[in-house]
Design a protein around this ligand. Structure first.
Ligand code: HEM
Length: 245
């Protein structure tokens, strides 16, 4: 009975109702949008860590994303478009996920009691996903909106100024921890759900990847903070402006 209730809580399905195909389709759509976002974030954190190779490396990559090989000097609207596409997938993914949130405070208390009783690692993973997902509703939206509306303000100095002088670092710190834990737990649950590979092995690989991404994210954030601090008296001045425009 308890098990049945937890399954209903986790899947959002009521076993007493007649089966419909919609929950299965929504589940698939959630997996697909989740996978797109995970792939995006894996590359995003790597590209963003280009700052560790130096300001020139990050600048060159930014101009590459702005398609400077087609548009002279780069076109920031390309970034706006990319951010809009990601925002749409992000909203869709979050919207489908809301049906899995505990519907009321009492239900969430009941869930916590069950989780304690069962001491089930997978149930705790679900709790991590719900709480980090909830945080990302706000943190991810602020970041995506900024990228969409101020795409020209990306670069070694512009990004560092935002991180340090505009005090975006607390947002990035929370977003980094949330997104890495959320993605790690999400990929593990996807593997278990679709049975693609061995549980124990995938757990080890995912734990290592989570630690790696947390580490490069934190070190990169530290680099942006340092550059922003050194650049604080020249806030707003752009890197290589005189060369590119
Ligand atoms: C196309 C969409 C996106 C673009 C263009 C973008 C771009 C950037 C840039 C340029 C930075 C460096 C800091 C800055 O300039 O403010 C950054 C940092 C960051 N972004 Fe994004 N981002 C996008 C989407 C996302 C999404 C969807 C997430 C997660 C939900 C995310 C998570 C992060 C995190 C955690 C950091 C800080 C990384 C660190 O600690 O080193 N970004 N992003």
């Amino acid at each position: 009975m308890q098990q049945e209730h937890i399954i209903e809580l986790l899947t959002g399905k009521d076993s007493r109702k007649k089966k419909s195909r919609i929950p299965a389709r929504l589940d698939l759509l959630q997996s697909v949008t989740g996978l797109i976002l995970v792939l995006f974030i894996l590359f995003h954190l790597l590209f963003e860590s280009s700052i560790l190779l130096g300001k020139d490396a990050m600048y060159a990559l930014t101009k590459g994303f702005e398609m400077s090989f087609i548009f002279e000097g780069g076109e920031p609207l390309v970034i706006s478009f990319l951010a809009l596409m990601i925002f749409i997938v992000f909203i869709l993914h979050a919207f489908i996920a809301t049906r899995k949130f505990p519907a009321s405070y009492r239900e969430s208390i009941r869930y916590r009691t069950h989780a304690k009783l069962l001491k089930h690692e997978d149930t705790n993973l679900w709790f991590i996903q719900i709480s980090t997902g909830f945080m990302m509703f706000f943190l991810g939206s602020v970041h995506l909106y900024t990228m969409m509306t101020q795409p020209e303000k990306i670069g070694p100095f512009a990004s560092a100024d935002r991180v340090y002088s505009d005090t975006a670092w607390p947002l990035y710190l929370l977003l980094l921890v949330s997104v890495v834990l959320h993605a790690g737990a999400g990929v593990y649950r996807l593997i278990v759900k679709w049975g693609v590979c061995d549980r124990t092995r995938s757990k080890t690989i995912i734990k290592a990847a989570t630690a790696f991404y947390l580490l490069i994210g934190l070190v990169s954030l530290g680099a942006y903070i340092r550059i922003g601090y050194e650049h604080r008296n020249d806030y707003g001045q752009r890197y290589h402006t005189e060369v590119s425009r």
